[in-house]
Ligand binder design. Structure first.
Ligand SMILES: C[S@@+](CC[C@H](N)C(=O)[O-])C[C@H]1O[C@@H](n2cnc3c(N)ncnc32)[C@H](O)[C@@H]1O
Length: 226
């Protein structure tokens, strides 16, 4: 089976039963906190630290155009989008099932200024320089063609715009690295090659005018200016 199809099926099953996934990302369930601790070696404060770092580039009251790719179930982003009623927000994901959960979350939270779009980060259906902010939370470790994803997220961002987010990097925690190789890659959730913190810092510094990278255990977070 082609890798894209494996990824779509893997996330399709997560999207259809997203309670576990959401609990893991937000630490809101006992099982989710167990995974944070025993796979990611993080406590809830660590998870909060990388998520806050990943979203810090979005100014309070932001009112421009923002692209989130991939939105997944929107578990981390929708609570932030609720605070940005003047922004024009577009959310894209490859998996309709993950995005269905995000649609329901947006409706439940009363977030009306978001449009959803099924698609591939490697071929974004948007003109050059059409967004002020591009957010990518926990996506690049899943994307099958990372070079295209870096090119496309850069292309759709306007000059002076911000690119921010987070994802898994190798070398931050040896136990997490083993879990990723043995469990997450075979299941289709993560796809190598993976960045290290250092390779990400080098890449973003070469591509963007400004780039800051931080890391909590096996997750790097970043904010860049084009
Ligand atoms: C780990 S989830 C992250 C979702 C969300 N941003 C979060 O932090 O919870 C990875 C997401 O990447 C999506 N994905 C994988 N390959 C993709 C691609 N080529 N284009 C767009 N989305 C993709 C999956 O469908 C899945 O929803």
């Amino acid at each position: 089976m082609e890798r894209r199809e494996e990824i779509r099926q893997a996330y399709g099953s997560v999207g259809a039963a997203h309670g576990f996934y959401d609990g893991m990302m937000s630490g809101s369930t006992r099982l989710g906190r167990w995974v944070q601790r025993h796979v990611w070696r993080m406590d809830p404060e660590d998870a909060m630290a990388y998520q806050t770092g990943a979203l810090a580039a979005i100014p309070a009251g932001f009112s421009g155009r923002l692209l989130e790719v991939p939105v997944g179930t929107g578990v981390l982003s929708m609570p932030v989008f609720r605070t940005l009623p003047e922004a024009e927000i577009v959310c894209l994901d490859y998996s309709e099932k993950m995005m269905d959960a995000a649609r329901r979350r947006a409706a439940a939270l009363g977030v009306g200024n978001v449009t959803f779009c099924q698609g591939d980060v490697g071929q974004l259906p948007f003109p050059d320089e059409s967004f002020d902010i591009v957010v990518s939370l926990n996506g690049f470790h899943a994307f099958p063609d990372k070079e295209r994803a870096y090119r496309e997220t850069w292309r759709v961002l306007r000059r002076g715009g911000r690119f921010c987010g987070c994802f898994y990097v190798e070398g931050g925690n040896a136990h997490t690295d083993r879990c990723i190789r043995r469990l997450y890659v075979p299941a289709g959730f993560f796809t190598p090659p993976f960045e290290t913190e250092e390779s990400l810092r080098t890449r973003l510094a070469a591509q963007y005018r400004q780039a800051e990278v931080g890391r909590v255990q096996g997750i790097a977070y970043f904010q860049c200016v084009k």
